[in-house]
Design a protein around this ligand. Structure first.
Ligand code: 6PG
Length: 250
């Protein structure tokens, strides 16, 4: 079930998102001793990450128990302006006392398919540890939180319509695919990984997202052209956080 919360401005949206991240993090650390989050890229989460790096939010998080992953990544060096890792590192991670070993970037120095396999192996190791009775292949991607954005074409993470065949049915957790319209390779969590999370939260901001948000949430089910519609957590909570501009057609 889609829960949608709207906020008066991008600043109010970011503040609510920060409070949500802190609440999920505190619940996870209290219940399981750690909080695993997959961060989204793009520009929308920038304000959120900056808020989490400052007060009051930063001191409310037990950073020693936080493990940071990425929902997707561009196949560029981690210090490249396009890197999703770089976005989070500059706006959040360098400002909080999170142990370096708890920061798990996608290794974009590898060839794209190798990077995807490498990241999936790291994820399986990380999550299999939570259930010693399960093997690496029977582990589930039990992220506490996956943060996502929404592209104007209906993509999310780096799940683009042109890769629908490769992404929507696979049991893989991480795949690489070449995005023709961007003329670039992307690495992304798959729906199988995202939908296993306890919380999946979309952040959508700006009038330019109003039409696509209406199509994704109120229009017919067309996951083959609107990948964001494939996101439907198996047992977790799906939450849409949007500002008034983005939600104006709902
Ligand atoms: C990426 C993101 C992507 C993003 C959307 C929205 O790597 O670009 O993961 O899915 O969330 O494209 O991007 P904006 O926040 O910049 O609108």
């Amino acid at each position: 079930m889609n829960e949608i919360r709207t906020f008066s401005s991008p600043e109010a949206l970011a503040g609510a998102a920060a409070a949500h991240v802190v609440a999920v993090a505190r619940e996870a650390v209290r219940a399981r001793g750690r909080f695993s989050v997959a961060l989204s890229g793009g520009s929308t989460p920038r304000r959120l990450y900056r808020l989490l790096a400052g007060q009051p939010f930063a001191s409310q998080v037990e950073w020693a128990g936080v493990h940071v992953f990425w929902s997707d990544e561009r196949c560029v060096p981690l210090n490249h302006p396009e890197s999703n890792y770089r976005l989070a590192e500059y706006t959040l991670l360098r400002h909080v006392p999170i142990p370096t070993v708890n920061i798990h970037p996608i290794d974009t120095a590898l060839e794209p398919e190798q990077a995807a396999l490498d990241y999936e192996g790291k994820l399986r190791q990380f999550f299999a540890g939570q259930h010693p009775d399960r093997g690496l292949q029977t582990a589930t991607a039990d992220f506490d939180l996956v943060l996502l954005g929404l592209g104007e074409d209906g993509h999310t993470a780096s799940l683009f319509a042109e890769a629908h065949q490769a992404t929507h049915k696979t049991e893989r957790w991480v795949i690489a695919h070449y995005v023709d319209r961007l003329s670039s390779w992307r690495i992304t969590l798959t729906p199988a990984a995202i939908n296993a999370a306890r919380y999946v939260t979309f952040l959508v901001s700006g009038a330019n997202k109003a039409r696509i948000l209406q199509r994704v949430l109120r229009g017919p089910s067309q996951p083959e052209i609107l990948p964001a519609q494939i996101i439907n957590p198996t047992g977790g909570q799906l939450l849409w956080l949007a500002d008034a501009d983005a939600a104006q057609l709902l």
